[in-house]
Ligand binder design. Structure first.
Ligand code: HGA
Length: 607
């Protein structure tokens, strides 16, 4: 959320700043802005809405200058207007921010008390004024930042340009990500390595509390106490080529169709082909004695964790505690020593999940992380790094990251079962054989795209939609409802099929489509009974099952989706496809902004 970029160079920076924003637009698209330093002036351009509006503003009124900062915003404090857009500026400086200044009200009152007038409703602007006040008192930029940072509570990544200093920028981070890019005769700041990929591959990750003075020749990095520190320069693997949509209409659609490939890639790094066993990468922690697993995640990653709970408990017989990160942190959970805590996040920067990770680390837990960005903060703070290999996910609604997380979690559950002596070599090989069937089954599910597109008009006019499932299909029902809400703005709820009669059945009428996720198997007949309860009340069922299931229970359904027959272990991965495609086609039918749905953004770096 919120993308930041800064460049100190000898050549004009505006175009490169905007290009950096383009690569981060998925992080926020409420507004965007740029500020350069040119001939002793701050040249600021801001625009409400998508980046294209800023591009148009710059075309009409360019921002010359060889030093500058830029920002794409996901609003936390203050409406998404041009006035609240970053950079926020005073007479002396301009500043961009990712994060939340939690004590901004008292700081604002203090500044107002001195007669300072703040023009925006944001929490961010107080930082610009606090710094400005120090500059007016005669402080250097370095002294000003050192005085102001300790006064800020909350989380921030900051980049600051000073009117009187066309040769430098200052960056700082606490709780929000910020990287430093090293160029030849120029230096960069960015929210992530991907934003800087066309500019440089030489990256330093700033640590918590660090602040840095960037000049064209290098960086002077200080820790929170002001002591000079070195941060290693690493080569980023981030690709400079912009991530393209190819022949697809939307990133989300492309990412749905990439799943057979990226799931195969992910599984490939967790399975030893030679003997068809699971081999976790670089695992030097013995998991055979793990007594309890605590899993923490948010959103779609949380539903992946919920599915994995079935696997960890069924295969490895390890009890699992599961929480959404924003709740976990504040409920004082009981954490036994010797426990394994697992954190799942596409970006590896999710603020709530990261805070939960640090809490568990302090409590002596072994920290495992499943992330799609192997250089992310979570990855760097993990004892066990289990990367997904989904490639950059640009669509705000997560799809391929989810199925890759499931692939990793299935491999981990298998590994645990083997290590705990609960799975024989032959059983492990059987499980691996089924996991390796996943990419082909995903391909087969994608062939149903046309059939699902034909069903979308049945769902698009609905105001409410219910998703039902049992066992691992229950979290998938939750995920289906989330996908539909996110991109089509239709109110949807996921329920465990058996739970429906305890409340949501009151919602059923002929205007509420009920999507039933039910591969044939031991739980199928129970789910069919719940389906009948819906139909008896005039409800319209869309059944997603396999040939056997559709044959047994398809009659009388409003529509059916006939899936390939798959092993129960990989069913959640394969059944994710129709759930994603249905949300996608409903959103397209409704004409919503599929890749950048309203109010959302990716990489949730604020609490
Ligand atoms: N609080 C600031 C920045 C928001 C942010 O970082 N979002 O991810 C604002 O509302 O402008």
């Amino acid at each position: 959320m919120c993308g930041i970029i800064g460049i100190v160079s000898t050549t004009p920076v505006a175009d490169r700043l905007v290009d950096g924003l383009r690569r981060m637009e998925y992080r926020g698209y409420d507004s965007a802005g740029v500020c350069t330093v040119h001939e002793g002036e701050l040249v600021r351009r801001r625009a409400e809405g998508k980046l294209a509006n800023l591009v148009a503003a710059l075309a009409a009124d360019p921002a010359p200058g060889t030093v500058g900062i830029a920002h794409t915003r996901w609003a936390t404090h203050g409406a998404p207007t041009a006035r609240n857009a970053h950079p926020h500026a005073t007479e002396h400086l301009a500043l961009v921010h990712n994060g939340i200044i939690e004590n901004y009200k008292e700081l604002r009152a203090e500044l107002n008390g001195e007669g300072r007038v703040l023009e925006s409703e944001t929490d961010t602007e107080v930082v610009a004024h606090l710094l400005s006040r120090e500059v007016e008192r005669g402080a250097s930029p370095e002294t000003a930042i050192q005085t102001v940072l300790p006064r800020l509570r909350g989380a921030f990544a900051l980049a600051v340009a000073f009117r009187s200093r066309p040769d430098m920028l200052i960056g700082a981070r606490l709780g929000s990500p910020l990287v430093l890019g090293h160029g030849d005769g120029e230096m960069f700041l960015g929210s992530d390595a991907l934003a800087l990929a066309p500019l440089t591959q030489r990256i330093s990750y700033l640590e918590e509390g660090d602040w840095v003075v960037l000049t064209r020749d290098g960086a002077d990095i200080r820790d929170a106490g002001g002591a000079p520190v070195e941060r290693e320069i690493v080569t980023s693997g981030a690709t400079a080529a912009a991530v393209e949509k190819g022949n697809y209409r939307h990133y989300m659609q492309k990412e749905i169709f990439e799943q057979p490939t990226v799931v195969a890639q992910t599984l490939g790094s967790y399975i030893r082909q030679a003997d068809a066993t699971v081999a976790l990468p670089q695992l030097d922690v013995d998991l055979s004695t793990v007594k309890r697993i605590t899993m923490v995640a948010c959103g779609t990653s949380f539903y992946a964790a919920m599915i994995a709970k079935y696997w960890f408990e069924t295969f490895a017989r390890v009890p699992v505690d599961l929480d959404v990160a924003s709740e976990f942190r504040y409920r004082d959970p009981v954490l036994e020593r010797g426990g394994l805590s697992l954190f799942i996040s596409q970006s590896g920067e999710t603020a709530d999940t990261l805070a939960a990770l640090r809490h568990c680390k302090a409590a002596g837990q072994t920290i495992g992380v499943i992330v799609n960005v192997p250089t992310s903060t979570m990855a760097r703070e993990a004892d066990i790094l289990l990367p997904t290999h989904a490639g950059p996910e640009i669509g705000v609604a997560s799809t391929k990251a989810f199925t890759c997380q499931l692939a990793v979690l299935a491999a981990l559950a298998t590994h645990l079962a083997v290590r705990r002596g609960l799975m024989s070599r032959a059983e492990e090989q059987d499980v691996v054989a089924h996991l390796l069937e996943a990419p082909a089954s995903l391909n087969a599910a994608l062939k149903l795209d046309g059939a699902i597109e034909a069903i979308a008009p049945l769902v698009a006019p609905a105001r409410d939609v219910l998703y039902l499932g049992r066992g691992p299909d229950y979290p998938l029902a939750l995920e289906g409802a989330l996908k539909l809400k996110e991109i089509s703005y239709i109110h949807a709820e996921g329920y465990a099929s058996g739970e429906m009669k305890h409340g949501p059945i009151a919602l059923i009428d002929d205007r509420v489509p009920v999507i039933v996720l039910a591969p044939s198997g031991p739980l199928f007949e129970k789910t069919v009974s719940n389906m009948e309860e819906v139909r008896a009340r005039g409800g319209k069922v869309i059944l997603i099952s396999d040939e056997e299931g559709v044959r047994q229970a398809g009659d009388g359904a409003l529509a059916t989706v006939c899936m390939p027959r798959v092993h129960p272990l990989i069913a959640p991965l394969v059944y994710a496809v129709p759930v994603q495609l249905l949300a996608y086609h409903v959103a397209v039918a409704k004409g919503t902004d599929v890749d950048q749905p309203r109010n959302l953004a990716k990489s949730v770096t604020v609490e």
